[in-house]
Design a protein around this ligand. Structure first.
Ligand code: DAH
Length: 346
């Protein structure tokens, strides 16, 4: 009987070596040491064995069973490693490819200038302790209008031509001010965040108007926040973007969600005074902003008797156009590689 067990073990060792599928290994395990496996079968004869034989067979068969179990575990691990290595080999990324493409005259892709400026501004605000928030493109009437102090009868709804969904309740957001409401709903003051993103207007396009463009909303709410804080953060932002102190002025501006509301202008000089194609000299209207209207704070769950805040909405496409002297906003979305390549890397 002992011989039978030994030869069974030997044949197991022969059979396991060539296997290369997990399922076959598991089947082999069952056929040798499963409940109805061959080892169990042989051990049925134990009842007819002499006491001496039993003494020898018992420990040896246990040992063999353990060895088989271990061999199965090792084999499965080997197969797994082999499979991972094969996958890695198959999906290997050839990092020398980019260089060889460039050598053959192909351009590496760049980051879109709007995205570049967005990232830069996000970094500036992150360094000043602001969070960066996101919001949905498909919005409801409440977040786009109602909560921003623009009731249904308000003429301000006509200021923005809206892409409505058939249910007349949902729309493509017309501004990132929706993120003010979503941000307030989820936090307790004090807080500060910016929210960049695409916005949509059902408008005829021309050199300064697009149906899809980009804004970056900002909001800070806390005890005693006032216009001085607003001006401080805007000046710091502009200094970081333009790498010098910028002269700014505030003019009154009307937006239902701020009171008082302002237009912030910067003093702008043509990069080259002789270049007649470069417009913009003098005061340049840059961004609308203001102190958050109490109704808006209330709609976001903030008590206006205890807290105040400022908000602003920066047009990213416009900033890029001013910065690079781009005369037509439609270049930004045309996807013409000759245009995009000019901005390859920062
Ligand atoms: N949401 C406005 C728009 O798209 C821009 C704006 C104005 C945002 C004033 C603000 C603000 O946060 O305070 O026309």
């Amino acid at each position: 009987m002992l011989d039978k067990i030994e030869s069974l073990y030997a044949s197991f060792q022969n059979e396991i070596t060539p296997l290369d599928k997990q399922a076959d290994v598991l089947n082999l395990k069952a056929s040798y040491i499963g409940k109805k496996g061959s080892l169990a079968e042989v051990l049925k004869g134990l009842k007819d064995a002499t006491p001496e034989e039993r003494k020898a067979i018992g420990p040896r068969s246990n040992e063999i069973k353990k060895n088989i179990e271990q061999a199965i575990v090792d084999k499965l691990k080997d197969l797994e490693v082999k499979e991972i290595n094969e996958k890695l080999e198959k999906n290997k990324i050839d990092i020398s490819l980019r260089d060889s493409l460039m050598e053959n005259g192909l351009q590496a892709a760049g980051t879109h200038p709007v995205h570049q400026i967005q990232r830069k501004i996000e970094d500036i605000f992150l360094s000043m302790g602001f969070e960066v928030l996101d919001g949905p493109h498909v919005e409801d009437e409440f977040h786009n209008f109602e909560a921003l102090n623009i009731p249904e009868t308000h003429p301000a709804r006509d200021m923005q031509d809206t892409f409505w969904f058939a249910d007349k309740k949902h729309l493509l957001r017309t501004h990132t001010s929706t993120i003010q409401i979503r941000g307030m709903e989820e936090r307790k003051p004090p807080f500060a965040f910016v929210g960049p993103g695409k916005v949509f207007r059902c408008e005829r396009t021309d050199t300064t108007h697009e149906m899809v463009f980009h804004q970056l909303e900002g909001m800070m709410v806390g005890k005693g926040i006032n216009t001085g804080h607003l001006i401080y953060f805007m000046k710091t932002l502009l200094k970081e973007i333009f790498k010098k102190d910028m002269e700014v002025r505030l003019r009154p501006g009307y937006f239902p969600f701020v009171e008082p509301g302002f237009e912030l202008d910067i003093r702008w000089k043509k990069p080259d005074p002789k270049d007649e194609s470069a417009k913009h000299s003098g005061w340049l209207e840059l961004l609308p902003c203001g102190m958050v209207h109490p109704n808006v704070l209330r709609a976001g769950g903030v008590d206006p008797d205890e807290y105040t805040g400022f908000a602003f909405g920066l047009g990213l496409d416009r900033l890029v156009m001013v910065n690079y002297q781009i005369e037509d906003i439609r270049h930004l979305h045309r996807g013409d590689l000759r245009f995009n390549e000019q901005f390859s890397f920062f």
